[in-house]
Design a protein around this ligand. Structure first.
Ligand code: ADP
Length: 474
């Protein structure tokens, strides 16, 4: 057994002149550090109990033997002591001159510092990891600024053009599309960032329901169709003959599929071939998204699922993005008890992403398509109260609502919202939950049953989405 290090100084001095050897022996006998008395020629003269247990030898085995390690008075050395069981004990040895039975000798104190060494090594590794994380964070911030800055130039240009040539309706329409597309890009980026932070804090909850694999794949494909067309990719889809259902959150799985399909489109040169295959594999269904694009180095095939990780080929880099999508996708698939892996034979040889999800046994009977959101009821004018402390956002939303033919009022603070609600009696309140204290939310939720139901059923984004026409919602 390794002795506990003593709290007393590990470095006993030579006995004071005239001190009896018996007293000196007693002192070192009870020391928690191993104590060896060694003759100048290296022969061990004495070993205290702590030394015998540290060296795993009895006193009789040690005394009379050569110590085997060169020792010099005044030195502090670290020694690795290998044991027969393969364990290595790291010992700190300090040596002082002493006298033993009237002869000059060396007194070596031995302290087991193995635990300290392990902690030091762990600390060194942590520091190295932190340095890498810090560098990654710096790179990420640079990339994020770049990605957020990118859409601003076309938006500003479009606004200038509309100001200069506002009377040209065709041009105005084109510029409006530019703004809309760029804002969508930014919104997707920010949504992904928010999702990542929610996932790492365990804040994402799945809304599970029976989901048809066929519908899931088809809906995802519809979302990326414009991108596929823009790059003139060929798409091949194979779906299971049998109805296959999984117990899943359709919104989140669509997010996964969209990411994989988007990537396949992005990382494949124009006119490529993209294949989507969904097939039953025992108790699971596997959805494969395969492309014949730039491919992925073998050593990066796992790393790309790490946060902010991108393969740095020039084509990959030139596609923008933040290296978040696959992290999110894998986390979401794991939350569904599934797996997501990448395969590629290497650069230039295309990539394949495999999503494996457990099939829902009870729900395998029917393959009912996913319900579409109900169409907006035309004609009915509602009283809508927009509550948001972000003035431009509240004012522009109110303008849209009025353009749709509804009555709309705006409140920029909690107390204003309560006051306005009492007078205006809105049918619908669009409340930016983040802007108000919990106390205010609960006051509003008690005062207005509709708000209460919004709180309990919808996320902040869904409430806002509910306010937008279908073509504007994500
Ligand atoms: P982003 O695409 O925004 O960079 P992702 O997390 O979706 O972020 O992907 C991480 C990286 O994985 C990409 O930057 C790219 O280098 C690589 N990658 C993803 N999908 C593919 C693919 N289909 N072909 C080649 N590389 C890919």
């Amino acid at each position: 057994m390794t002795p506990e290090p003593s709290q007393s100084p590990a470095n006993p001095q030579s006995p004071p002149p005239g001190a009896s050897e018996a007293r000196f022996r007693k002192l070192i006998e009870s020391n928690a550090d191993g104590m060896l008395v060694v003759r100048p020629d290296g022969t061990i003269r004495y070993a205290n109990p702590a030394a015998t247990s540290l060296l795993n030898r009895s006193a009789s085995e040690l005394v009379g033997r050569f110590f085997g390690i060169p020792i010099l008075a005044g030195e502090t050395t670290e020694i690795d002591l290998p044991f027969r069981d393969g364990k290595v004990v790291v010992v700190e040895m300090r040596v002082v001159e002493t006298e033993w039975e009237g002869e000059p000798a060396l007194l070596a104190s031995l302290r087991d510092i193995s635990d300290r060494k392990i902690l030091e090594e762990e600390l060194r590794q942590k520091i190295a990891e932190l340095a890498v994380a810090d560098q990654r964070k710096d790179e990420f911030l640079a990339m994020l600024s770049h990605e957020l800055r990118n859409p601003l130039a076309p938006i500003l240009n479009a606004v200038h053009i509309m100001r200069l040539r506002g009377d040209d309706q065709v041009l105005r329409e084109r510029m409006r599309d530019v703004v809309e597309q760029q804002v969508r890009c930014m919104a997707r980026l920010v949504d992904d960032l928010l999702d990542v932070s929610r996932i790492t804090r365990g804040k994402i909850q799945l809304r599970l329901e029976p989901v048809s694999v066929t519908s899931l794949v088809q809906r995802s494909i519809e979302t990326v169709r414009p991108l596929l067309a823009a790059k003139m990719h060929e798409l091949h889809v194979t779906l299971p003959d049998e109805p296959v259902r999984i117990w899943a959150d359709p919104v989140r799985l669509e997010q996964v599929m969209n990411n994989l399909l988007n990537n396949a489109v992005k990382y494949t040169d124009k006119g490529g071939r993209i294949e989507v295959v969904a097939e039953v594999d025992g108790d699971d269904v596997t959805i494969r998204v395969k492309d014949d694009g730039i491919g992925i180095d073998r050593e990066m095939q796992e790393a790309i699922f790490g946060l902010f990780t991108q393969v740095d080929h020039s084509l990959a880099r030139s596609q923008g993005g933040l290296g978040i999508g696959l992290t999110l996708a894998r986390n979401l698939v794991h939350m569904h008890n599934g797996s997501l892996v990448a395969r590629s034979d290497g650069p230039g040889l295309g990539s394949e992403f495999l999503v494996k999800l457990p099939i829902s046994k009870e729900e395998i009977k029917a393959d009912v398509p996913l319900p579409s959101p109900p169409p907006p009821t035309p004609g009915a004018s509602r009283r809508v109260l927009v509550v948001d402390d972000n003035l431009p956002s509240a004012d522009s939303l109110s303008l849209i609502i009025k353009l749709w033919g509804h009555e709309c009022r705006v409140a920029h603070s909690g107390p204003d919202a309560l006051e306005e609600a009492a007078v205006f009696r809105p049918d619908v309140i669009l409340l930016d939950i983040g802007a108000f204290s919990l106390r205010m939310q609960s006051v509003l939720s008690v005062a207005l049953p509709l708000v209460k139901s919004l709180f309990s059923h919808l996320s902040r984004r869904m409430i806002l989405d509910a306010s937008l026409p279908k073509r504007q919602s994500k």
